[in-house]
Design a protein around this ligand. Structure first.
Ligand SMILES: *[C@@H]1O[C@H](CO)[C@@H](O)[C@H](O)[C@H]1NC(C)=O
Length: 332
Protein backbone atom coordinates (compact mmCIF):
# COMPACT_ATOMS: atom_id res chain seq x y z
CA UNK A 1 0.00 0.00 0.00
CA UNK A 2 1.65 3.24 -1.05
CA UNK A 3 0.40 6.72 -0.44
CA UNK A 4 1.81 9.93 -1.82
CA UNK A 5 1.47 13.17 0.08
CA UNK A 6 -0.41 15.65 -2.09
CA UNK A 7 -1.26 18.38 0.35
CA UNK A 8 -0.70 19.36 3.94
CA UNK A 9 -3.06 21.83 5.51
CA UNK A 10 -4.75 22.88 8.71
CA UNK A 11 -8.50 23.11 9.19
CA UNK A 12 -10.08 25.01 12.06
CA UNK A 13 -13.29 23.10 12.71
CA UNK A 14 -13.78 25.14 15.83
CA UNK A 15 -11.84 28.12 17.12
CA UNK A 16 -8.53 27.22 18.79
CA UNK A 17 -8.75 23.57 17.72
CA UNK A 18 -6.70 23.25 14.57
CA UNK A 19 -6.78 19.88 12.80
CA UNK A 20 -3.77 18.99 10.74
CA UNK A 21 -4.75 17.21 7.55
CA UNK A 22 -2.77 15.19 5.10
CA UNK A 23 -4.22 14.53 1.67
CA UNK A 24 -2.73 11.34 0.25
CA UNK A 25 -3.02 9.63 -3.09
CA UNK A 26 -3.46 5.90 -2.99
CA UNK A 27 -1.26 4.40 -5.68
CA UNK A 28 -1.66 1.13 -7.50
CA UNK A 29 0.66 -1.55 -8.75
CA UNK A 30 4.47 -1.10 -8.69
CA UNK A 31 6.89 -1.82 -11.51
CA UNK A 32 8.26 -4.56 -9.28
CA UNK A 33 4.90 -6.36 -9.31
CA UNK A 34 4.58 -5.83 -13.06
CA UNK A 35 7.93 -7.54 -13.51
CA UNK A 36 6.71 -10.39 -11.37
CA UNK A 37 3.46 -10.81 -13.34
CA UNK A 38 5.24 -10.69 -16.69
CA UNK A 39 7.47 -13.53 -15.41
CA UNK A 40 10.19 -14.41 -17.90
CA UNK A 41 8.55 -12.94 -20.96
CA UNK A 42 9.36 -9.36 -20.14
CA UNK A 43 6.94 -6.46 -20.30
CA UNK A 44 5.30 -5.21 -23.49
CA UNK A 45 6.96 -2.44 -25.48
CA UNK A 46 3.96 -0.22 -24.74
CA UNK A 47 4.50 -0.63 -21.02
CA UNK A 48 8.27 -0.16 -21.24
CA UNK A 49 7.75 3.01 -23.26
CA UNK A 50 5.11 4.33 -20.84
CA UNK A 51 7.29 3.62 -17.82
CA UNK A 52 10.47 5.01 -19.41
CA UNK A 53 8.76 8.23 -20.48
CA UNK A 54 7.05 8.88 -17.15
CA UNK A 55 10.16 8.19 -15.08
CA UNK A 56 12.37 10.24 -17.42
CA UNK A 57 9.97 13.17 -17.13
CA UNK A 58 10.16 12.92 -13.33
CA UNK A 59 13.96 12.68 -13.45
CA UNK A 60 14.32 15.55 -15.92
CA UNK A 61 12.38 17.76 -13.52
CA UNK A 62 14.25 16.54 -10.44
CA UNK A 63 17.68 16.89 -12.07
CA UNK A 64 16.81 20.31 -13.43
CA UNK A 65 16.14 21.37 -9.84
CA UNK A 66 19.53 19.96 -8.88
CA UNK A 67 18.36 16.86 -7.02
CA UNK A 68 19.41 13.24 -7.39
CA UNK A 69 16.83 10.59 -6.49
CA UNK A 70 19.54 8.07 -5.61
CA UNK A 71 17.28 5.07 -5.03
CA UNK A 72 15.56 4.35 -8.32
CA UNK A 73 14.24 0.76 -8.43
CA UNK A 74 11.07 -1.02 -9.55
CA UNK A 75 9.54 -0.84 -6.07
CA UNK A 76 9.79 2.95 -6.20
CA UNK A 77 7.90 3.28 -9.47
CA UNK A 78 4.15 3.08 -8.99
CA UNK A 79 1.15 3.34 -11.25
CA UNK A 80 -1.37 6.08 -10.58
CA UNK A 81 -4.77 5.05 -11.95
CA UNK A 82 -6.14 8.54 -11.37
CA UNK A 83 -3.42 10.28 -13.40
CA UNK A 84 -2.74 7.36 -15.72
CA UNK A 85 1.02 7.51 -15.30
CA UNK A 86 3.90 5.98 -13.37
CA UNK A 87 5.07 8.02 -10.40
CA UNK A 88 8.40 8.07 -8.66
CA UNK A 89 8.30 7.67 -4.87
CA UNK A 90 10.64 7.43 -1.86
CA UNK A 91 13.04 10.34 -1.69
CA UNK A 92 14.69 9.00 1.47
CA UNK A 93 18.18 8.91 -0.06
CA UNK A 94 17.80 11.91 -2.35
CA UNK A 95 20.35 14.69 -2.16
CA UNK A 96 21.17 18.01 -3.75
CA UNK A 97 23.90 17.62 -6.32
CA UNK A 98 27.18 18.84 -4.85
CA UNK A 99 25.96 18.21 -1.30
CA UNK A 100 26.03 14.45 -1.02
CA UNK A 101 26.16 13.73 2.70
CA UNK A 102 24.93 10.11 2.55
CA UNK A 103 27.64 7.87 1.09
CA UNK A 104 25.56 4.70 0.94
CA UNK A 105 23.12 5.35 -1.86
CA UNK A 106 20.97 3.24 -4.19
CA UNK A 107 19.86 -0.38 -3.90
CA UNK A 108 22.02 -3.33 -4.76
CA UNK A 109 20.81 -4.40 -8.21
CA UNK A 110 20.38 -0.86 -9.45
CA UNK A 111 23.52 0.80 -8.13
CA UNK A 112 25.71 2.69 -10.59
CA UNK A 113 29.40 1.70 -10.76
CA UNK A 114 30.59 5.00 -9.26
CA UNK A 115 28.13 4.64 -6.34
CA UNK A 116 29.30 1.05 -5.85
CA UNK A 117 32.88 2.29 -5.61
CA UNK A 118 31.88 5.02 -3.19
CA UNK A 119 30.04 2.51 -1.00
CA UNK A 120 33.05 0.23 -0.92
CA UNK A 121 35.38 3.06 -0.01
CA UNK A 122 33.06 4.28 2.72
CA UNK A 123 32.85 0.76 4.11
CA UNK A 124 36.65 0.66 4.27
CA UNK A 125 36.58 3.98 6.08
CA UNK A 126 38.04 5.82 3.13
CA UNK A 127 36.86 9.10 1.66
CA UNK A 128 36.20 9.14 -2.04
CA UNK A 129 37.21 12.34 -3.77
CA UNK A 130 34.32 12.30 -6.22
CA UNK A 131 30.65 12.83 -5.55
CA UNK A 132 27.85 11.06 -7.29
CA UNK A 133 25.75 13.01 -9.78
CA UNK A 134 22.31 12.72 -11.32
CA UNK A 135 23.85 10.21 -13.74
CA UNK A 136 23.38 7.49 -11.06
CA UNK A 137 19.61 7.70 -11.66
CA UNK A 138 20.02 7.11 -15.39
CA UNK A 139 22.06 3.98 -14.69
CA UNK A 140 19.30 2.61 -12.45
CA UNK A 141 16.65 3.35 -15.05
CA UNK A 142 18.76 1.65 -17.73
CA UNK A 143 18.89 -1.52 -15.62
CA UNK A 144 15.16 -1.35 -14.83
CA UNK A 145 14.26 -1.03 -18.51
CA UNK A 146 16.60 -3.83 -19.46
CA UNK A 147 14.94 -6.05 -16.83
CA UNK A 148 11.48 -5.10 -18.08
CA UNK A 149 12.51 -5.87 -21.63
CA UNK A 150 14.31 -9.15 -20.96
CA UNK A 151 12.21 -10.44 -18.07
CA UNK A 152 15.47 -11.36 -16.36
CA UNK A 153 17.15 -10.21 -13.18
CA UNK A 154 20.46 -8.79 -14.26
CA UNK A 155 22.45 -8.58 -11.04
CA UNK A 156 24.89 -11.30 -12.02
CA UNK A 157 25.08 -10.18 -15.63
CA UNK A 158 26.05 -6.64 -14.66
CA UNK A 159 28.72 -7.91 -12.27
CA UNK A 160 30.24 -10.34 -14.74
CA UNK A 161 33.62 -9.95 -16.45
CA UNK A 162 31.86 -10.05 -19.80
CA UNK A 163 29.78 -7.00 -18.90
CA UNK A 164 32.85 -5.11 -17.72
CA UNK A 165 34.72 -6.02 -20.91
CA UNK A 166 31.93 -4.97 -23.28
CA UNK A 167 28.47 -4.15 -21.90
CA UNK A 168 27.30 -3.08 -25.34
CA UNK A 169 27.86 -6.60 -26.66
CA UNK A 170 25.84 -8.07 -23.76
CA UNK A 171 22.93 -5.71 -24.45
CA UNK A 172 23.11 -6.65 -28.14
CA UNK A 173 22.95 -10.28 -27.12
CA UNK A 174 19.90 -9.77 -24.90
CA UNK A 175 18.10 -7.99 -27.73
CA UNK A 176 19.09 -10.60 -30.29
CA UNK A 177 17.70 -13.39 -28.13
CA UNK A 178 14.38 -11.54 -27.83
CA UNK A 179 14.07 -10.79 -31.55
CA UNK A 180 11.03 -13.05 -31.63
CA UNK A 181 8.95 -10.31 -29.94
CA UNK A 182 7.79 -8.97 -33.26
CA UNK A 183 10.05 -8.46 -36.21
CA UNK A 184 8.06 -5.39 -37.25
CA UNK A 185 8.85 -3.54 -34.03
CA UNK A 186 12.07 -1.58 -34.28
CA UNK A 187 13.55 -2.51 -30.92
CA UNK A 188 16.93 -1.01 -31.74
CA UNK A 189 15.83 2.45 -30.62
CA UNK A 190 15.21 1.03 -27.17
CA UNK A 191 18.48 -0.88 -27.30
CA UNK A 192 20.43 2.28 -28.15
CA UNK A 193 18.62 4.23 -25.44
CA UNK A 194 19.58 1.61 -22.84
CA UNK A 195 23.18 1.63 -24.01
CA UNK A 196 23.32 5.40 -23.61
CA UNK A 197 22.07 5.02 -20.01
CA UNK A 198 24.46 2.21 -19.15
CA UNK A 199 27.88 3.72 -19.83
CA UNK A 200 30.29 2.91 -17.03
CA UNK A 201 31.61 6.45 -17.23
CA UNK A 202 28.91 8.71 -15.70
CA UNK A 203 29.99 11.67 -17.80
CA UNK A 204 29.07 9.71 -20.93
CA UNK A 205 25.61 8.72 -19.67
CA UNK A 206 22.70 10.46 -21.39
CA UNK A 207 20.88 13.12 -19.31
CA UNK A 208 17.15 12.52 -18.66
CA UNK A 209 16.06 15.49 -20.74
CA UNK A 210 18.02 14.29 -23.75
CA UNK A 211 16.81 10.70 -23.32
CA UNK A 212 13.25 11.96 -23.73
CA UNK A 213 14.13 13.00 -27.28
CA UNK A 214 15.02 9.41 -28.24
CA UNK A 215 13.33 8.10 -31.37
CA UNK A 216 12.03 5.26 -29.19
CA UNK A 217 9.35 7.60 -27.83
CA UNK A 218 7.89 8.37 -31.22
CA UNK A 219 6.94 4.75 -31.96
CA UNK A 220 3.18 4.24 -31.50
CA UNK A 221 2.96 0.98 -29.55
CA UNK A 222 -0.37 -0.59 -28.63
CA UNK A 223 -0.96 -2.06 -25.18
CA UNK A 224 -1.31 -5.79 -24.67
CA UNK A 225 -4.46 -7.06 -23.07
CA UNK A 226 -2.40 -7.99 -19.98
CA UNK A 227 -1.32 -4.34 -19.68
CA UNK A 228 -4.94 -3.25 -19.71
CA UNK A 229 -5.77 -5.66 -16.93
CA UNK A 230 -2.81 -4.74 -14.75
CA UNK A 231 -2.89 -0.95 -15.05
CA UNK A 232 -6.17 0.53 -13.79
CA UNK A 233 -7.60 3.69 -15.34
CA UNK A 234 -11.00 5.43 -15.00
CA UNK A 235 -12.17 3.72 -18.23
CA UNK A 236 -13.44 0.18 -18.29
CA UNK A 237 -13.66 -1.90 -21.45
CA UNK A 238 -16.02 -4.85 -21.59
CA UNK A 239 -15.49 -7.62 -24.10
CA UNK A 240 -17.75 -10.49 -24.98
CA UNK A 241 -20.93 -8.61 -24.13
CA UNK A 242 -22.65 -7.83 -27.41
CA UNK A 243 -23.45 -10.15 -30.27
CA UNK A 244 -23.47 -9.02 -33.88
CA UNK A 245 -27.28 -9.33 -33.88
CA UNK A 246 -27.58 -6.49 -31.39
CA UNK A 247 -25.29 -4.25 -33.41
CA UNK A 248 -27.39 -4.60 -36.53
CA UNK A 249 -30.77 -4.03 -34.97
CA UNK A 250 -31.18 -0.41 -33.85
CA UNK A 251 -33.86 -1.14 -31.26
CA UNK A 252 -32.05 -4.05 -29.67
CA UNK A 253 -28.85 -2.03 -29.72
CA UNK A 254 -30.44 0.79 -27.72
CA UNK A 255 -31.94 -1.69 -25.27
CA UNK A 256 -28.77 -3.54 -24.60
CA UNK A 257 -26.70 -0.35 -24.28
CA UNK A 258 -29.21 0.94 -21.75
CA UNK A 259 -29.02 -2.35 -19.86
CA UNK A 260 -25.25 -2.29 -19.75
CA UNK A 261 -25.28 1.33 -18.61
CA UNK A 262 -27.64 0.56 -15.75
CA UNK A 263 -25.45 -2.32 -14.67
CA UNK A 264 -22.29 -0.19 -14.82
CA UNK A 265 -23.85 2.64 -12.83
CA UNK A 266 -24.13 0.33 -9.85
CA UNK A 267 -20.42 0.86 -9.25
CA UNK A 268 -20.34 4.65 -9.52
CA UNK A 269 -21.37 7.57 -11.71
CA UNK A 270 -20.78 6.89 -15.40
CA UNK A 271 -19.45 9.92 -17.28
CA UNK A 272 -19.78 8.42 -20.74
CA UNK A 273 -20.43 5.13 -22.47
CA UNK A 274 -19.44 4.08 -25.96
CA UNK A 275 -20.34 0.97 -27.95
CA UNK A 276 -18.83 1.21 -31.44
CA UNK A 277 -20.91 -0.41 -34.18
CA UNK A 278 -17.91 -0.64 -36.47
CA UNK A 279 -14.29 -1.56 -36.11
CA UNK A 280 -12.08 -0.65 -34.39
CA UNK A 281 -13.74 -1.70 -31.18
CA UNK A 282 -16.91 -3.14 -32.75
CA UNK A 283 -19.15 -4.59 -30.07
CA UNK A 284 -16.86 -3.58 -27.21
CA UNK A 285 -18.26 -1.48 -24.39
CA UNK A 286 -16.24 1.49 -23.11
CA UNK A 287 -17.37 2.93 -19.80
CA UNK A 288 -15.80 6.11 -18.46
CA UNK A 289 -16.16 6.49 -14.71
CA UNK A 290 -15.74 9.74 -12.81
CA UNK A 291 -12.89 8.21 -10.84
CA UNK A 292 -10.63 5.21 -11.05
CA UNK A 293 -11.80 3.78 -7.71
CA UNK A 294 -15.20 3.04 -9.26
CA UNK A 295 -13.77 1.49 -12.41
CA UNK A 296 -11.54 -0.73 -10.28
CA UNK A 297 -14.53 -1.94 -8.27
CA UNK A 298 -16.50 -2.53 -11.46
CA UNK A 299 -13.64 -4.40 -13.11
CA UNK A 300 -13.36 -6.75 -10.17
CA UNK A 301 -17.06 -7.49 -9.96
CA UNK A 302 -17.92 -7.62 -13.66
CA UNK A 303 -15.10 -9.93 -14.73
CA UNK A 304 -16.39 -13.42 -15.21
CA UNK A 305 -20.04 -12.39 -14.87
CA UNK A 306 -22.49 -14.01 -17.25
CA UNK A 307 -24.20 -11.63 -19.63
CA UNK A 308 -26.56 -13.07 -22.19
CA UNK A 309 -24.99 -16.51 -21.73
CA UNK A 310 -21.40 -15.37 -22.14
CA UNK A 311 -18.59 -14.61 -19.72
CA UNK A 312 -17.75 -10.93 -19.59
CA UNK A 313 -14.10 -9.92 -19.86
CA UNK A 314 -13.40 -6.55 -18.24
CA UNK A 315 -10.17 -4.67 -18.80
CA UNK A 316 -9.22 -1.06 -18.29
CA UNK A 317 -8.56 1.31 -21.14
CA UNK A 318 -6.33 4.40 -21.32
CA UNK A 319 -8.49 7.47 -20.72
CA UNK A 320 -6.15 9.58 -22.86
CA UNK A 321 -6.70 7.30 -25.87
CA UNK A 322 -10.45 7.01 -25.20
CA UNK A 323 -10.85 10.79 -25.05
CA UNK A 324 -9.07 11.14 -28.38
CA UNK A 325 -11.42 8.52 -29.80
CA UNK A 326 -8.49 6.22 -30.33
CA UNK A 327 -9.46 2.56 -30.03
CA UNK A 328 -6.52 0.19 -30.12
CA UNK A 329 -6.85 -3.05 -32.00
CA UNK A 330 -5.81 -5.27 -29.12
CA UNK A 331 -6.38 -8.95 -29.59
CA UNK A 332 -7.57 -11.41 -27.02
C1 LIG B 1 31.86 -4.63 -28.15
O1 LIG B 1 31.12 -5.53 -28.92
C2 LIG B 1 30.65 -5.02 -30.16
C3 LIG B 1 29.80 -6.10 -30.80
O2 LIG B 1 28.55 -6.18 -30.20
C4 LIG B 1 31.80 -4.60 -31.03
O3 LIG B 1 31.33 -4.05 -32.22
C5 LIG B 1 32.67 -3.62 -30.29
O4 LIG B 1 33.81 -3.32 -31.05
C6 LIG B 1 33.08 -4.16 -28.93
N1 LIG B 1 33.78 -3.11 -28.19
C7 LIG B 1 34.91 -3.34 -27.54
C8 LIG B 1 35.46 -2.17 -26.80
O5 LIG B 1 35.46 -4.42 -27.53
Amino acid sequence: LTLILLLFFTIHFSPNVPSRCLLLELLDVSASELLLYSSHQGCSMWMIQHCARDVLEALAFLHHEGYVHADLKPRNILWSAENECFKLIDFGLSFKEGNQDEKYIQTDRYRAPEAELQNCLAQAGLQSDTECTSAVDLWSLGIILLEMFSGMKLKHTVRSQEWKANSSAIIDHIFASKAVVNAAIPAYHLRDLMKSMLHDDPSRRIPAEMALCSAFFSIPFAPHIEDLVMLPTPVLRLLNVLDDDYLENEEEYEDVVQGVKEECQKYGPVVSLLVPKENPGRGQVFVEYANAGDSKAAQKLLTGRMFDGKFVVATFYPLSAYKRGYLYQTLL
